[in-house]
Design a protein around this ligand. Structure first.
Ligand SMILES: Nc1ncnc2c1ncn2[C@@H]1O[C@H](COP(=O)(O)OP(=O)(O)OP(=O)(O)O)[C@@H](O)[C@H]1O
Ligand SMILES: [Mg+2]
Length: 324
């Protein structure tokens, strides 16, 4: 089957900044794919290249089999992009904005078109704002309109560049319900977000970018067990420090420490170390590593516990080795 998105050896430089340094990845049709990475990793540059807004130095990108340069119009038609930046025309109402967007894609006014616009407005909780002027909307509402704009031409591939930045909890849930239903109906979704819990629960496969390079690419399930099977989370009493041998293998997150381990027998030595150092615990929990813990380790470029080779295949069959 044709890939929804095929990115081959893509490079882009802005002056001395290598925004994309040879990125290759395939997104299959129907996937819910995550594109993650710290600020400046190259996510938006890649999305802009997909949408034909950035001219690549080298490499190729296809959307549903259409080259984004040589077959720009068809490629663009396959794609709905929710941009990271809030861009809008302040003089039009929400409904007018969506109608104008339809015009860009040559969609004529029909009952079906208007019904689809109504459905989008309804699903994004914008119905009451349909006739409001764009400039009168709050930031979160403007972002909803950007999502609506990306969907007017029913693109098979939907790319969302941080769609929930500055969006309240309720709308996030509404938005994800809607995007999930579009994904169930066969639309491919590519999501960029810094909310890693969102990516963990929504995406079936994830690529992590760092300084313009893919440093991890795997199913979410494989990424989650990439470094360990379990995580021991410790909350220390106020003022208590983790002993250095434990601190060196622990990650701090929201005032708690997480220690990766594979066998339950590894817990006792940790507790013994804490006891020996007189560390008072406020809370202790055993769970699975979350995507944030994995992300931090991948970005630190720590050696993969299961590098490609013997023993790696069962855990991460399609993983790309962690570098950097
Ligand atoms: N038009 C531009 N001119 C100069 N440099 C640019 C331009 N666009 C992007 N860059 C640089 O390219 C790099 C990648 O930027 P990009 O916006 O793709 O990152 P990102 O992964 O989307 O980050 P964020 O999470 O902050 O949105 C950054 O160093 C950025 O400063
Ligand atoms: Mg960005």
């Amino acid at each position: 089957m044709t890939s929804a998105i095929r990115v081959q050896q893509v490079a882009k430089r802005f002056g001395s900044v290598e925004a994309l340094a040879g990125v290759s990845l395939d997104v299959r049709q129907g996937e819910f794919f995550g594109l993650l990475g710290p600020n400046g990793a190259g996510k938006t540059t890649l999305i802009s290249a997909l949408a034909g807004l950035v001219r690549l130095d080298s490499g190729h990108i296809e959307v549903m089999g259409c080259d984004v340069v040589s077959d720009y119009r068809n490629a663009r038609r396959q794609l709905g992009v929710v941009p990271q930046e809030l861009v809008f025309d302040p003089f039009f109402s929400v409904r007018e904005t969506l109608k104008i967007q339809c015009g860009y894609f040559g969609i004529r006014q029909t009952r079906a078109r208007d019904a689809w616009i109504d459905e989008i407005l309804e699903n994004l909780d914008l119905t009451s704002k349909a006739n409001a002027n764009m400039r009168s909307l709050s930031g979160g509402m403007k972002r909803r309109v950007l999502v609506a704009q990306a969907l007017v031409h029913k693109p098979p591939v939907i790319v969302l560049d941080e769609p929930t930045a500055g969006v309240d909890v309720e709308l996030r849930q509404t938005l994800w319900q809607f995007i999930r239903s579009l994904n169930r109906d066969g639309h491919t979704v590519v999501l960029t977000t810094h909310y890693l819990e969102e990516a963990e629960s929504l995406c079936t496969r994830i690529a992590m970018l760092k300084a313009g390079r893919v440093v991890a690419l795997d199913t979410t399930a494989n990424l989650l067990r990439r470094f360990s099977v379990h995580a021991l989370r410790l909350k220390l009493a106020p003022g208590v420090m983790l002993p250095p041998p434990l601190a060196s293998r622990a990650q701090e997150k929201e005032g708690a420490w997480s220690i990766a381990f594979d066998q339950y027998s590894e817990i006792e030595p940790v507790l013994a170390e804490l006891r020996a150092n007189g560390c008072v615990l406020e809370d202790l929990e055993i769970g699975k590593p979350d995507l944030e813990e994995v992300f931090v380790r991948v970005m630190r470029g720590k050696e993969d516990r299961f590098p490609s080779g013997v023993g790696a295949d069962a855990r991460s069959p399609s993983s790309v080795g962690v570098t950097g």
